[in-house]
Design a protein around this ligand. Structure first.
Ligand code: NDP
Length: 451
């Protein structure tokens, strides 16, 4: 019989927290989860899910154009933002409800309050009725991360992607700052929905860390679609100029826009929740330092997901939450294997990738790296006339014949890369890829036909 109110208390009902609380309860623990906003976290409420719905919406403008080459004609289609927003909100409400029901069905108590650690086992919970305290044996911090902005004059005029999901109406012009996942995905959405879109990136090439050829290809395709992509550009000041905003750029030029959206990374939500006072070790940027079993420097306090840094991806947070609870509540020490993590960028065209980039592969394997590449026009675009080409790359370690990297930019690449990731996870060789019968006619078959 525990001497605390709960065996396990989770702060933050996002992807990691929800999975961990549900699993711990399944293993017989008495569990509660505190959330001061909506159940579902960044992914469900203002990230992956609504983003993907917006990507679908924005792709229709190109699909309508494509259809003409297949014989279709219709009135020029029009787009209504309020319809999309309303339908998106309905779907997110439904999903939030489903998350809440799952927690209820698993016997997890959901507490709508802000949690703060008072001591190693005591959590202060604050809601509209004021603060109260509860105690717990083990505590999980799963508070995620929040958009960060550089400290430049006028930054208060900028928004993050969070606000986009609540826009009353679409701006006529938007400038996106950053060259990571969110920047390229959001730029594609705005452009597809008819917003005049610019993307400013401070470095040499967007999507640092990914395969260089894929990065260059995406920029090329984004420019072809009409996005004003400017590399080596940053904003030094933002000023209100009547109805519009005026951006001072790093090259001294000015740029007028109606809205500026920053996607310059996210920082861990670890402020003002009592962690410093408890002596929980954190990196200088506030990310919680944990061991391979997600334990912090304080014995009964754990952390998973974005709040620990690393790859800020929903499936990672979910796997970490499951591993933590199997270790702590099911007597099965479990840790996550971070090799061969596939990921997709829902840019237009989308990217799917797993394993090493060509640059990283060459650094690790030197001259042993074999590069196979296939650049082609998707069959659909032959009749549609769309000027877009796809690129697939396979990287192989010649000394073992193992596939060590797979990259694709083109339609369906997010769907295709998942299967490739399974093959790589089990150590598939190039000979085994070649031995696999092609699915014809498809884009995916390129992966088994590269010579
Ligand atoms: P990223 O870390 O992916 O990208 C941040 C971008 O901002 C980089 O291009 C970076 O440039 C640039 N940047 C950073 N600081 C500044 C600054 N002071 N001034 C100008 N530019 C700056 O972060 P995001 O915000 O795009 O996304 C956060 C995380 O969310 C991602 O890392 C990803 O893990 C996750 N995510 C995943 C998605 C998916 O799975 N499809 C979708 C969306 C988000 P530089 O390269 O020079 O450092």
């Amino acid at each position: 019989m525990t001497m605390y109110d709960y065996d396990f208390f989770v702060i933050g009902a996002g992807s990691g927290g929800v999975r961990a609380s549900r699993m711990a309860s399944t293993y017989g623990a008495k569990v509660a989860i505190a959330e001061d906003y909506r159940v579902g976290g960044t992914c469900v409420i203002r990230g992956c899910v609504p983003k993907k719905l917006f990507v679908y919406a924005s792709e229709y403008s190109a699909h309508f154009k494509d259809s003409a080459g297949f014989g279709w004609s219709s009135e020029a289609p029009t787009f209504d933002w309020k319809t999309l927003l309303g339908n998106k909100n309905t779907e997110i409400d439904r999903l939030e409800g489903a998350y809440g029901n799952t927690l209820d069905n698993h016997g997890v108590e959901v507490i709508r309050a802000r949690g703060k650690m008072l001591d190693q086992h005591t959590i202060e919970l604050t809601d509209a009725d004021g603060p109260r305290t509860v105690t717990a044996d083990k505590i999980l911090i799963a508070t995620g991360a929040w958009p960060s902005f550089p400290d430049i004059p006028g930054i208060e005029h900028a928004i993050s992607s969070n606000e986009v999901f609540e826009f009353e109406e679409l701006p006529k012009r938007i400038t996106v700052v950053g060259g990571g996942y969110i920047a390229v995905e959001m730029a594609g959405i705005f452009n597809g929905l008819g917003v005049e879109t610019a993307l400013l990136y401070r470095g040499e090439e967007i999507l640092r860390g990914f395969d260089l050829e894929i990065r260059a290809k995406l920029r090329d395709e984004m420019v072809k679609k009409g996005i004003d992509v400017r590399i080596h550009h940053n904003v030094t000041e933002i000023k209100q100029d009547g109805e519009q905003l005026m951006l001072t750029l790093s090259d001294g030029n000015e740029m007028a826009t109606d809205c500026v959206m920053y996607a310059t990374g996210r920082e861990a939500n670890t402020k003002n929740i009592g962690l410093e006072e408890l002596g929980v070790n954190m990196k200088p940027n506030g990310e919680i330092i944990v061991d391979e079993y997600y334990k912090s420097s304080v014995d009964n306090i754990f952390a998973v997901g974005d709040v620990t840094g690393g790859m800020q991806l929903t499936p990672i947070a979910i796997k970490e939450g499951a591993a933590l609870t199997a270790t702590q509540f099911n007597d099965t020490p479990t840790f996550v294997n971070y090799d061969h993590i596939p990921t997709a960028i829902f840019s237009q065209p989308p990217i799917g990738t797993v394993g090493l980039s060509e640059e990283d592969a060459r650094e690790k394997y030197g001259d042993d790296v074999q590069v196979y590449r296939s650049e082609y026009k998707s069959m659909k675009f032959t009749l549609s006339g769309r000027d877009e080409r796809s690129l697939i790359k396979l990287l192989v370690d010649a000394s073992t014949d193992k596939v060590i990297g797979a990259h694709m930019i083109g339609p369906d690449s997010a769907e295709i890369i998942q299967g490739i990731a399974i093959a790589m996870k089990v150590g598939a060789t190039k000979a085994q890829f070649d031995d696999t019968v092609a699915v014809h006619p498809s884009s995916a078959e390129e992966f088994v036909l590269m010579k």
